[in-house]
Write a protein that binds this ligand. Structure first.
Ligand code: URA
Length: 236
């Protein structure tokens, strides 16, 4: 790919703006030698204002989503993209969240520009576990785990019953729920279906990947080891 297009696709500017960056000598190789738009240089060798470029397409990152942020590019209010470098919103291919967490849900949110990876993580066919910690308005009744595990729970306006989900009780008003699908407001609707109400919802883990020491509102790129951990089965 031509260097101007490569750099413009990373969101650093329009092709016209990136062409100007070449003219101004702001784009160099790792040794500080000025590059020209027609040069053939590997992505990792390129520097813009002496800084390495953002990762090429195929990136996967995790964000510790705070409460109050929306998984959208253009809703009103605070958006998950506000927590990333502004140019990430301008990349091509686009970086999007893998599934969504509600505005009032916190936790581990994956984002990628890789459509195959997005499908592999979000498709219920692949049964990747999404683990939620749920705080409830009312005491658990004792039959919820059995109902959720049955594979027969039918939510209002859904055609298919939910896939079996595993619930473990933490205390009378807190539970841990493992889902392998991601229907709209699924956790909140599951507890509504058994006569309860979700007061707080947090996702600490997807597959075998946990938030670790990532603080609220922080994000980090995932490397090969993280990807392996993601696709490993979570500890029961
Ligand atoms: N289920 C919900 O109800 N909300 C979320 O954010 C995620 C799963």
């Amino acid at each position: 790919m031509k260097l101007v297009k490569l750099i413009a696709n990373l969101g650093y500017g329009s092709r016209k703006e990136v062409t100007a960056m070449f003219r101004e000598g702001r784009i160099t190789n790792a040794q500080g030698e000025v590059l020209y738009a027609d040069d053939q240089v590997a992505h990792h060798e390129i520097r813009l204002d002496d800084e390495p470029l953002d990762p090429p397409s195929g990136l996967l990152l995790m964000l510790h989503k705070p409460i109050g942020y929306t998984c959208s590019t253009k809703d009103q209010g605070e958006l998950i993209y506000d927590l990333l470098p502004p140019r990430f919103r301008l990349r091509s291919p686009a970086v999007s969240s893998i599934g969504r967490l509600d505005r009032d849900t916190s936790g581990l949110l994956l984002m990628t520009d890789d459509g195959v990876l997005l499908h592999r993580i979000s498709s219920p066919k692949h049964k990747l576990a999404k683990i939620y910690e749920v705080t409830l308005a009312r005491d658990l009744q004792g039959n919820e785990a059995e109902i959720f595990a049955s594979g027969k729970l039918q939510l209002v306006s859904e055609r298919e019953p939910l896939a079996p989900a595993q619930m473990t009780v933490i205390n009378s008003r807190q539970a841990r729920l493992t889902l392998t699908e991601g229907r709209y407001h699924q956790v909140r609707r599951m507890f509504a279906a058994v006569g309860n109400h979700v007061e707080a919802l947090h996702r600490p883990q997807v597959g075998g990947l946990t938030l670790g020491d990532l603080m609220v509102a922080e994000w980090r790129l995932l490397d090969d080891a993280d990807r392996q951990q993601l696709f490993a089965q979570p500890a029961a």
